[in-house]
Design a binder for this molecule. Structure first.
Ligand SMILES: Cc1ncc(COP(=O)(O)O)c(C=O)c1O
Length: 414
């Protein structure tokens, strides 16, 4: 697209934007269980209005915008309190889970270099950990040792991880929960192992950070995983996932302020424009993301997050029951939070074919590859689409069994 010779009026632009969306799959109708988080119109308005209130403020400019410094500090305090951090803990507002993980690995690397004289560092983590660790490690010169999940509950195996530790190991990683299966790694055991070897322990709670505490308050069993576990050094927790904030919002939390000051801070003063200090990878940072995350925390409050957790739990229960009741399908167990995975339990049912049949009915289907399965990451909006989804799952299975003619329904255009 060339730059228009003459700028367009908003109406024209708006209709082109709308047209650009015409082939997108409708998240508003819960047609995908990945990429989005939605509660209701009231929250949507809070997100948009708060973002717009700070739409152009630059969160690099702490002197110019003490407002943002205050809002950011309050969001971080909220996260620290929720995850039972000690009084001396510190946090950083980042653009997302990948940046939080990057900063955790960079901080751990620089800590290990100084405190443990490790110059060729490696990290040991279960294979279920997010690819963001490899991205970070690639950029930071860290070797990654992914340890296969040998247990049948998809959790990290302490023994196998322990065997991969050597004198260059700087950190262990566990997820709360992991993305492929939605189960919590045994953080207590991992943190104890890390502590006994003098290692950094990072917990990736990008998915669970703002959901697990409320899930537990609903009376569900959630293993210990946050700063209440001694030996946990850092946690990544996404505001833009179950924190329900608009995208561009995550927290990296560190057990001690000293770690942030000594090893996370980029403090530069070798150009004409004077000192430049930052704790994020970003330079310019959108003020709107901070204001919106702050507003969402205020708007939802404890009861709002409990409501989200309840809606997800109930939707997941209905989906799991419906899938179990569908001949030829089985739900992967255990399943501990907002992620539900199901596979074929019948050689006549190819789960990939079921996924394709669902896509022909207008659903965007997340796929697990090992084992072949269908992956759902649920949010509150899915409570409204469970019946429709289960109906289409049953139809899709019938179609794959050859009971019904191949669906004529095309990919959705709404
Ligand atoms: C467990 C886990 N960690 C990290 C990430 C990366 O987060 P982001 O996509 O916000 O960078 C994800 C994303 O799904 C995740 O599920």
């Amino acid at each position: 697209m060339p730059l228009p010779a003459k700028g367009l009026a908003w109406n024209d632009i708006a209709s082109r934007l709308e047209a650009a969306k015409s082939k997108d799959i409708s998240w508003r109708r819960g047609r995908m269980a990945v990429y989005f988080y939605y509660l209701d119109r009231a929250l949507e308005e809070v997100q948009q209005k708060a973002y717009l209130a700070f739409w152009t403020e630059n969160n690099l400019g702490k002197r110019a915008f003490p407002s943002l410094a205050k809002l950011e500090a309050e969001v971080i305090e909220c996260g620290l309190a929720l995850l039972q951090a000690p009084a001396d803990a510190a946090g950083t507002f980042t653009s997302g889970g990948s940046e939080s993980i990057f900063l955790a690995m960079q901080t751990a690397r620089d800590w290990a270099r100084t405190e443990k004289r490790i110059t060729s560092p490696n990290i040991v983590l279960p294979r279920t950990a997010h690819p963001a660790f490899n991205r970070a490690a690639h950029a930071l010169g860290i070797e990654v040792r992914r340890v296969p999940t040998v247990r049948n509950d998809f959790k990290a195996d302490i023994g196998t991880m322990q065997n991969r530790i050597d004198r260059n190991t700087m950190a262990l990683v566990g997820s709360a929960p992991n993305y492929p299966f939605g189960v919590f790694d045994p953080i207590r055991d991992l943190a104890a192992l890390a502590q006994s070897r003098g290692l950094w322990m990072h917990v990736d709670a990008c998915v669970g950070g703002f959901l697990a505490p409320f899930w537990k308050k609903l009376g569900e069993s959630v293993p210990d995983w946050d700063f209440s576990v001694s030996g946990v050094t850092s946690i990544s927790a996404d505001l833009h996932k179950h924190g329900m904030a608009p995208k561009g919002a995550s927290l990296l939390l560190l057990r001690s302020r000293e770690l942030a000051e000594k090893y996370q801070t980029f403090d530069f003063n070798d150009w004409e424009r004077g000192p430049y200090v930052a704790r994020t990878m970003q330079g310019t940072r959108p003020g709107g993301a901070v204001a919106a995350a702050w507003a969402v925390l205020q708007h939802l409050g404890e009861d709002g997050y409990l409501k989200c957790a309840r809606l997800i739990r109930d939707a997941k229960q209905q989906l799991a029951d419906g899938i179990r009741a569908t001949d030829g399908l089985a739900v992967l167990e255990p399943s501990e939070l907002s992620i539900l995975v199901y596979r074929s339990a019948d050689p006549a049912i190819d789960i990939v074919a079921v996924a394709e049949a669902l896509e022909r009915r207008g659903w965007l289907v997340g796929r697990l590859v090992e084992p072949a399965a269908i992956h759902l990451h649920l949010n509150p909006l899915h409570s409204e689409s469970t019946r429709e989804y289960l109906r289409d799952v049953r139809d899709a299975v019938d179609e794959v069994r050859g009971k019904s003619p191949r669906s004529k329904v095309g990919v959705s255009t709404y």
